[in-house]
Design a protein around this ligand. Structure first.
Ligand SMILES: NC(=O)c1ccc[n+]([C@@H]2O[C@H](COP(=O)([O-])OP(=O)(O)OC[C@H]3O[C@@H](n4cnc5c(N)ncnc54)[C@H](OP(=O)(O)O)[C@@H]3O)[C@@H](O)[C@H]2O)c1
Length: 454
């Protein structure tokens, strides 16, 4: 194998590590890594490989070396020192370089990432990707290509950043008929909702703070409207259920319509509001439900205590029962840690002439949101006059939605009715909301919150 002039490998191997390496670690080989992208995640990965290569070699016998790096702009400043000569603008030349054994894709977006990964797999090179957008749209096509070329395509970092979730779903829980995966998989929205819950902040003020602290983009749409979480739900459903699920199958509602008042009501009733991504399978019909929406989580539920920008994913399985995975769902270093774990796995497999099995992906019917059921909280600003309660509850009754809790808050212009329903069909609830909007006595229909059972 040829080596470049300035390889990115660490030199600080301790005597103890070397002894361990000499005595016990299998001598597997030298794996040369082609890195596509050197932004937040790519630069953090370069640093991690530099730091951890000696430990990895001592423990596994694997010598990792980043030999080529593709970027868009050669003159851009980097968060990490990269030896002259490693960088190129030609990502295809990295993938096709005979001195690259494994490809890591941290460019993002669909093209050229899809083309580059397809090329690498066809050349028999394992690929590690952190790209949720790509995997949520063409993931099953790429996993199938990896399988047919007999190489790994690993994507731990694409869902919930540094939390080791995908490997657990794909491997550890392979024998489990998973019923439901439900999680807080977007740190930006969890940060905003935490501020609204704990400090009574309105949405716009909490968003501005998140932007100031770098938790939210200048254009926050992908996060606050649930698109980012939806992509992760599609990947989770594909891996968990062996189903062909794409981002477009996922129903999503964001948090921009939620007021501090609704959050305060939920809190008073013993709930905390979270943006949840949910993937579930009906074992009777085989239907898959995939959705993202704000939900009221009971205070005693483990997801209720997940604050700030942290992520957590709750899995309902059969023999293993309920499991929760918690940690940093984004950020350069946590995400790079997940990429490095995959890189080591893919490299070990390559050296041993094997690869993991991601399984087959079949088409399952996707359950329409209208057919789902839940308990709902609905707040209405109403005119404070006789007969209002009768008019409003009549609308619920006409659509077969029965009321579990009804409360009035405030008086005069501040009068508000708050309802929690019994379990109802989404279609019936939406029809109720439409008719309530047309009632003269209703001044405003608030955000709809689904209640998650304990
Ligand atoms: N950041 C996170 O916390 C996080 C968490 C989980 C998953 N991810 C995923 O990780 C991936 C990378 O995210 P990031 O935050 O590191 O993105 P980023 O900071 O924007 O970095 C993207 C990198 O790709 C390079 N690039 C873009 N187009 C290219 C092209 N056509 N050819 C060669 N290089 C190209 C850019 O080059 P220049 O530097 O020259 O512009 C840059 O180095 C994304 O798929 C993202 O969804 C990120």
């Amino acid at each position: 194998m040829t080596s470049p002039a300035s390889p990115l490998v660490a030199t600080g191997v301790s005597e103890l590590d070397l002894k361990a390496s000499e005595s016990s670690a299998p001598r597997l080989g030298h794996v040369r890594v082609g890195l596509l992208g050197c932004g937040n995640v790519g630069a953090a990965l370069v640093k991690l490989v530099e730091q951890q290569a000696p430990m990895i070699e001592a423990r596994t016998g694997l010598r990792l070396e980043i030999t080529r790096i593709a970027v868009r702009n050669l003159s851009r400043g980097r968060d990490v020192a990269v030896p002259e000569g490693l960088l190129t603008r030609d990502a295809h030349s990295v993938v096709n370089d005979p001195d690259v054994d494994v490809v890591v894709e941290v460019i993002g977006g669909i093209e050229p990432a899809r083309e580059l990964i397809t090329e690498a797999l066809a050349a028999g090179k394992p690929v590690v990707s952190a790209n949720k957008e790509l995997l949520a749209n063409v993931g099953t096509e790429l996993f199938t290509a990896a399988e047919s070329h007999g190489v790994d395509l690993l994507c731990e970092a694409a869902v919930a950043g540094g939390i080791p979730l995908m490997r657990a779903l794909r491997e550890s829980l392979r024998g489990e008929p998973i019923r439901r995966v439900m999680g807080i998989v977007n740190g930006t929205t969890n940060f905003i909702l935490t501020k609204m819950t704990e400090e009574g902040a309105e949405y716009s003020a909490a968003l501005a703070e998140a932007q100031e602290l770098g938790y939210a983009e200048r254009d926050p749409t992908a996060d606050v409207e649930g698109y980012d979480a939806g992509a992760k739900v599609a990947i989770i459903a594909s891996i968990c259920f062996g189903a062909r699920v794409v981002a477009g199958d996922v129903y999503h509602e964001g948090i921009s319509n939620i007021s501090a008042a609704e959050i305060a009501i939920a809190k008073r009733l013993g709930y905390v509001v979270k943006l949840l991504g949910i993937a579930e399978r009906d074992s009777q019909t085989g239907e898959i439900g995939v959705r993202v929406h704000p939900a009221m989580v009971p205070l005693h539920h483990p997801l209720a205590s997940v604050r700030e920008s942290y992520n957590a994913v709750f899995v309902d399985s059969d023999a293993a029962g309920s499991l929760m995975f918690y940690g940093r769902g984004a950020g350069g270093a946590p995400t790079a840690s997940a990429v490095l774990g995959d890189l080591i796995d893919a490299s070990l497999n390559l050296c041993q002439g094997t690869h993991g099995i991601s399984g087959t992906f079949t088409r399952h019917p996707i359950r329409a949101i209208d057919e789902t059921t839940a308990e709902y909280l609905l707040g209405l600003d109403v005119a404070d006059q006789p007969g209002v309660l009768h008019a409003v509850t009549g609308v619920f009754a006409r659509h077969g939605v029965s009321i579990r809790v009804a409360e009035q808050e405030g008086i005069g212009p501040d009068a508000r009715l708050v309802f929690i329903t019994h379990e109802a069909r989404e279609a019936d609830l939406q029809a109720t909301v439409r008719e309530l909007r047309d009632l003269d006595v209703v001044r405003r229909v608030g955000g709809l919150l689904r209640v998650i059972s304990g």
